[in-house]
Design a protein around this ligand. Sequence first.
Ligand SMILES: [Fe+2]
Length: 347
Amino acid sequence: MTSTASKLVRYAGITLGLGVASAASLYAGGTWARKRPRVEVRRWHTGKLSTPLKVLHVADPHLGKSDQWLKAFMQSLAALDPDLVVSTGDNFGDVGVVEDLKEAYAPLLQFPGVFVYGSNDYYSPKPKAWYRYLFPHLPAPKRNVPDLPYQELTDFLTSAGWSELYNRTQVLDFSGGMKVSVTGTADAHIKRDRLAELGPLPQADFHLGVTHAPYQRILNAFRDRKVDLTFAGHTHGGQFCLPNGEALVTNCDLPRPLASGAFDWLPAQEGELAFVCHPESASLPVGADLGAFREALEAATGSSVPSVPDLLPQGTMRVYISPGLGTSKFAPLRFFCPPTATLWLLS
Ligand SMILES: [Fe+2]
């Protein structure tokens, strides 16, 4: 081999080695980040509630067989002592995890709860068809028969008193005679939503909306029925974000700035969107003592948790989209988008 050829071989080897090392570091960083769950806290003085309401929102666990860290984190959320738990689906990360899911939810069942499901509660994860990366206009393989034991999870949750909101509304009673209506839809991502079946909202002091995938048609329908606050998941906050937290995709028909967080969904002309984002929130450090935080909240006369604006303009609905807790088993990484459960302090 000539000296020029041997130099070329050496440079190619160094380049390849650097590429492999970079990819390995990126992968290690992404897998480390996906196992660092946090609690986000938000406050809203609605002026409509006679009793303060702490709502815990859990979204997209995608619990896998080896995700004991996530099961323990979900169990630890009971220390927040919520008045209501809202679960917006995509619980299953694999087949064979229903017992783990029951254990994850068990400590939360002492509180009132409502839930809706996402596609990953019915269908086990499958890798994306490779040809759709090259030819995205070609149809995806159709799956019509659920292969996950969602009914077993439903029975477990409902037997503890939680309500499944499959295209229906439930009124919940709280202390002091306060009534909160919660309207849910089935997963819009797999076209199970039936908005015509929802009807007008019942009498209540405050109206919540709950859905898995926040497609515009769901947000419009809830807003037009005068829902005050809607909870959704599905987007994973983008999951792979830029260093400033900007999402690259939403996996639905919302624009990227709405991939996660709180915003007001305003009335808009046909074909237009109008929204105002509320980025203010507090975040408890990873591994924070949630019981101590709850006690501090109860003891504090004032709180450092920032508030979204009190006033919700007429005809507007507030929305919160959770970055969620898990990932698909085929992309078990998060970048600049930590796994999140959220506590809303409503008053
Ligand atoms: Fe999901």
